[in-house]
Design a binder for this molecule. Sequence first.
Ligand SMILES: NC(=O)C1=CN([C@@H]2O[C@H](COP(=O)(O)OP(=O)(O)OC[C@H]3O[C@@H](n4cnc5c(N)ncnc54)[C@H](OP(=O)(O)O)[C@@H]3O)[C@@H](O)[C@H]2O)C=CC1
Ligand SMILES: CC(C)(CO)C(=O)C(=O)O
Length: 305
Amino acid sequence: MTWHVLGAGSLGCLWASRLQLAGHQVRLILRPSRLAQFSSAGSNILFTDLQQQQHRLALHAETACAGLPIQRLVLACKAYSAAEAITGIRHRLRPGSQIILLQNGIGCQQQVHELLPNHPVLVASTTEGAWLKEAFHCIHAGQGQTLLGRLRGQEPVPAWLGQLDRSGISCQWHPHIDSVLWRKLAINCLINPSTVIHGCRNGGLLQHLPLLQQLSAELEQLLLAAGHADAAANLFSAARHVITGTATNTSSMLQDVQHGRRTEISYITGFALQQSIALGTPHQQLLAVHQALQSRLAQLGLPTD
Ligand SMILES: NC(=O)C1=CN([C@@H]2O[C@H](COP(=O)(O)OP(=O)(O)OC[C@H]3O[C@@H](n4cnc5c(N)ncnc54)[C@H](OP(=O)(O)O)[C@@H]3O)[C@@H](O)[C@H]2O)C=CC1
Ligand SMILES: CC(C)(CO)C(=O)C(=O)O
C-alpha cells in the first residue's frame, strides 16, 4: 500500500526517505509552489542518515488536488497547519483511509478528529530529530523513538507497524497515547518557551531551575486534573534529565524563532494555559511564561499564536 506523506519539511522528508529506501511506495503531497520548486530541483530528496551517508532519492510528488485516493496518509506539517491541510486533502480520503499525525503539542489532533469523525486517526509522539540543511535536503540528527496510538475508537494495532520498524522508524504501539502527549506537552512547556525567552540552548536552563520547578508544580496539577497521573509523575526531575541530556541542543521553538518561522506556541503553552483555566488549576507561572514568550515573539515581529 502506498504511503502518502503530506509536507516535505524535516519530518516529512525523514519519513518519506526511509520508507522509500526500504522499498515502499511513497508519494509526497506538496503545496503547488513547493511542487514547482521540487520539480525544478529534479524531484529528489537528499537524505543524510545517522551514519552521515547521503542518499539521493527520486520521489513522486503531487498536490492535494491531483492524484488517486489515499489509503494511508502521514501528516507531516506543523500543528497550526494540520486542520487546513486535512481540509484540502479530505476529498481524496475513503472510508477506512488511515491518517497518522506527527505533530508536537496538543490541540491539532482534536481538530483533525472533528474534521474526520469517521476515519481511523492515529497519533504519534516522537523524539526523533531531523532538520533541513536546505529545501529537500534532510539531515537525520537523532534516532529517538516514535510511540503511536489512537485517541478515540477501537482501531486494532496496525499490521504495518513492522514496515516502519524495518524502514528504520523505531515505532511502538502505546495504549495510552494521550498520556504520552500530555507528558511531552508538559516537558515542552518547561523547556521550549524558556529557551526563547532567555535565548539559550537547552542546557542554559540549568541557570533557571527554581522558576522551572514552580512551573513544573503547576503543570503537575494540570496533568492530574486532566486525568493523566502517569504523565505527572516526577515531572520536574524528568524535565531536568531532558535538559541535561540535550544541553547542547537548540529547542525546536528556538530554532523556529532563529529562522523567523511561526512557532507552535498555541499548541504548547497556549493549550496548557487554556486547559488549566478550564480545569481551575493554578497557572500563575504558566501565564507568565506564555505572556513572556508572546512578548518576545512580538518584539521579533513573529506571530504570537
Ligand atoms: N523536525 C523534528 O525533528 C521534529 C518535529 N516534530 C513535529 O513534527 C511536525 C512537523 O515538523 P517539521 O517537519 O520540523 O516542520 P517543517 O516546518 O520542517 O515542515 C512542515 C512542512 O509541512 C508543509 N505543509 C504545511 N501545510 C501543508 C499543506 N497544506 N500541504 C502540503 N504541505 C504542507 C510545509 O510546506 P511549506 O514549506 O510549503 O509551507 C513544510 O514543508 C511539527 O509539529 C513538529 O513539532 C516532532 C519531533 C521532531
Ligand atoms: C525535548 C525538546 C525540548 C528537546 O529539544 C523538544 O522536544 C523540542 O525541542 O521540541
